[in-house]
Design a protein around this ligand. Structure first.
Ligand SMILES: NC(=O)c1ccc[n+]([C@@H]2O[C@H](COP(=O)([O-])OP(=O)(O)OC[C@H]3O[C@@H](n4cnc5c(N)ncnc54)[C@H](OP(=O)(O)O)[C@@H]3O)[C@@H](O)[C@H]2O)c1
Length: 314
């Protein structure tokens, strides 16, 4: 089936942020193709960074009109720079004008991985060849409830592991990142800038542990959940403890969950830099771009608390 309108293209469209962007665009009836290796979902399209034949798929799906803007989320590995630059050029040859890149707060333009792609977009923008924006979100609130390493350690061991020590992080909601992304993809005038996308409050892992522990108490306080007493008896008063790891141990832990070593090393180094204050700031980007205040971690933790409840045999 071909589509006969100008579209947006969301790469990584089944992931944490991409799926939220796709949902927000759909609820506003903004036409978008949602790319992933499986091509699942409404308006899904198969796209694999490692199979360049699939790069044609979104463009072949749009029969009349163009793909106006692309949201770029890198594949989870360090050596993604040249393939992403090649795709940007491929898309430009097909009249895509706007690129919105998801990088990270810890990565400066010109820095490793997405930092190089960031610098490339900025250079093209300076030459007037693209419209661009780079989102640099801090650590996602969703990591704690959607990433297997955290879910399993909180659920099964009442522990959170990191190399971040007591460093503070302005944990941001993936919903808020998606809202900023939608604005950057659809605004009349391009921003041609990068945005640090941060949450509203600074919390160390230790503080997060405390909040998760509190939310477990709130489960007990909710009389409607009395039937869960058997489960709650296991978690009542359960203390969630932050376990500080060395950089090397944090990398090994990531690798034990299947992450390639270079990527695991990069992530655990970023974790360690948090310890020395790298993420210790907030800003008003989410409010100023979307008009809505960023979501606090406590609200998110309450909404997903069930993922941290111990598994029971039926
Ligand atoms: N988590 C954080 O705290 C944090 C903070 C700042 C920045 N970031 C950055 O955010 C990015 C990750 O975003 P996210 O968490 O929203 O994504 P995610 O949940 O990890 O999802 C990754 C997406 O990419 C797709 N994908 C994976 N390999 C692919 C390939 N070879 N070809 C095409 N698509 C592929 C996946 O779909 P399929 O598997 O179905 O193909 C999925 O849609 C990373 O660049 C990370 O550095 C993360």
């Amino acid at each position: 089936m071909t589509i006969q309108e100008s579209h947006l293209l969301v790469l990584g469209g089944t992931g944490t942020v991409g799926s939220r962007i796709a949902a927000q665009l759909a609820s506003s009836s903004i036409p978008a193709l949602v790319a992933s290796r499986s091509g699942t979902g409404d308006n899904g399209v198969i796209f694999d960074w490692d199979d360049r034949e699939t790069w044609y798929n979104p463009y072949e799906k749009v029969d009349k009109g163009d793909i106006k803007a692309v949201y770029l989320i890198a594949p989870p590995r360090v050596d993604s720079v040249s393939v992403m630059m090649d795709f940007i050029d491929f898309a430009r040859e097909r009249r895509t004008r706007r690129f919105v890149l998801q990088s990270a707060s810890a990565i400066e333009p010109g820095g490793p991985a997405m930092g190089k792609v960031h610098a490339y977009l900025r250079e093209l923008g300076t030459r007037g060849e693209v419209d661009w924006a780079v989102l640099r979100p801090t650590w996602f609130q969703q990591n704690l409830a959607e990433q297997e390493n955290h879910v399993r350690s909180i659920r099964d061991e009442s522990k959170i592991y990191s190399a971040a020590g007591d460093g503070k992080i302005p944990w941001v909601s993936a919903d808020d990142i998606a809202s900023v992304a939608v604005q950057m993809l659809t605004s009349q005038s391009p921003s041609n800038t990068d945005l640090l996308v941060l949450g509203p409050e600074l919390l160390a892992y230790e503080d997060v542990s405390f909040l998760i522990g509190i939310s477990m108490f709130q489960i007990l306080a909710d009389k409607r959940l009395k039937k869960l007493a058997a489960i709650l008896s296991e978690i009542l008063g359960r203390k969630i403890v932050h376990v500080e790891l060395s950089t090397a141990a944090a990398s090994k832990r990531h690798q034990s969950y299947g992450m390639p070593e270079p990527y695991a090393n990069m992530l655990s180094s970023m974790d360690t830099s948090i310890k020395f204050g790298a993420e210790n700031r907030t800003n008003d980007v989410v409010l100023s771009i979307t008009g809505v205040p960023p979501k606090p971690f406590r609200e998110y933790a309450k909404s997903v608390k069930s993922v941290w409840e111990p598994l029971t045999v039926a």
